[in-house]
Structures are given as C-alpha cells and as structure tokens.
Design a protein around this ligand. Sequence first.
Ligand code: HEM
Length: 122
Amino acid sequence: MASYYEKVGASTIRDVVDRFYTVVLDDVELKPYFNGVDMARLKRHMVMLLCSVLGGPEVYEGHDLGDAHRGMAITGEHYEKVGRILVTVLREDFGADDGLVEHVATVLGQVRGSIVEVGAAG
Ligand code: HEM
C-alpha cells in the first residue's frame, strides 16, 4: 500500500509547511515565540519531520523535540492551537483525507508531552 508520503509527495509537504507557518506567524499569540528564529531552518526541519511521519525516506536531523522547545514555556492551549492549524491546513487547504489527518493527530498526541511545559494536563 502506498504511504501517505507517496500519495502526497514531498513538494506538497513543503507547501503545507510554508502555509502552516504563514498561519502560525499571523496569530498574535503565537508570533512572539518565533521572534528571532531562523525560519528557513525551522521549515526545513519541519518538512523533514513531516515527511518521515508520513512514511517518506527523509531522516529528521533537527534537535530532539523536547530539546528544541525547552524553556519556551509553551502552554497546552498554544500547543492545541498550533496542532489545530496544522490539521486545518492539511484538511482544508490541501484536501488531506481522514486517514492522513488522523495519523498526524495521533503523532501530535504522542509528542505533546515533550513540547508543552505549562499546564501540561490542559
Ligand atoms: C505541534 C507540534 C510541534 C511540532 C511537531 C514542532 C516541531 C518543531 C521542529 C521540527 C522544530 C525545529 C527543531 C530544530 O531546528 O532543531 C521546532 C522548533 C521550534 N518550535 Fe516547534 N513544533 C511544535 C509545536 C510548537 C509550538 C506549539 C510552538 C510555540 C507556540 C513551537 C515553537 C517553536 C519555535 C519557536 C522553534 C524554533 C526554535 C529555535 O530555532 O530556536 N513549536 N519545532
């Protein structure tokens, strides 16, 4: 069976990540987290991560997600918001099917504990 990665393609994944960060940076609550961040590098790492999550051959070479977000005091509420943006972009802007969206939502649930530092239960 074709992987999601094979169905969607790396170039679409790049477009998804571009659109995702456009929406994130457009949000007044989320934008401050990204002050001074090298967005080109962040996008490159997010593309690799999403490709590998979707079954592609890319190997994620960024920092461990816990290390990458340590000390940012990311709240549960902001995590949910970012997760919702990713799912909405996938579904509404790129027509991702339920299977792909559910797979991504499952992974978001798995990595939440490494990223959220404030109101972790929320
Ligand atoms: C929803 C799940 C999330 C995933 C899968 C994710 C993924 C990533 C990845 C792959 C990186 C790059 C790490 C590296 O370059 O080594 C990163 C960095 C970053 N993330 Fe996230 N992230 C998530 C949620 C969030 C949230 C909720 C926020 C803030 C509200 C956030 C803010 C940042 C910032 C500011 C950086 C840049 C760190 C730096 O370069 O100094 N992330 N994230």
